[in-house]
Design a protein around this ligand. Structure first.
Ligand SMILES: [Zn+2]
Length: 149
């Protein structure tokens, strides 16, 4: 099967989040057969829920759709480097591959900060591909925060 990036769908979720006044981060989960089975953007403000990050919402939706607590063989695309909470959730969900866009020096937990997947206590380590469509993801975030100042 040919590799198809689903980062455009994640970027569309990030744009939709920005329009709702949420930090523009979007995520999609792709099943082993290539179908997108969940998509989400940040909803922390709307839901009054600090855990309502795009990745968490996408994982919940995918697990609910599958009737399973695990997403073995599934891929997650997210526009921004996951924070430590989301990285831990990805490991718990047994996500096979993580594709992310922009690095996050402030809150990232994969390539910097706590580097969740590098800990021996992390029982599942996905393959990680970074820098996928990093530029548009970064631009969205910069515009969002510039408009708030
Ligand atoms: Zn997060």
């Amino acid at each position: 099967m040919q590799f198809k990036s689903h980062m455009q769908a994640a970027l569309a979720e990030a744009e939709a989040a920005a329009r709702r006044g949420e930090v523009p981060v979007g995520a999609v989960i792709v099943a082993p057969d290539g179908r997108v089975i969940a998509r989400a953007g940040n909803r922390t403000r709307e839901l009054n829920d600090p855990t309502a990050h795009a990745e968490i919402l996408a994982i919940r939706a995918a697990c609910a759709a599958l009737g399973s607590e695990r997403l073995a063989g599934h891929d997650l695309y997210v526009t921004l480097e996951p924070c430590p909470m989301c990285a831990a959730a990805l490991a718990n969900a047994r996500i096979a591959r993580l594709y992310y866009g922009a690095g996050d020096p402030k809150s990232g937990g994969v390539a910097q900060g706590p580097r969740i997947f590098a800990h021996p206590q992390c029982h599942h380590v996905p393959e990680v591909y970074d820098g996928i469509a990093a530029e548009p993801a970064e631009k969205l975030l910069k515009e969002f925060f510039a408009a708030r100042r």
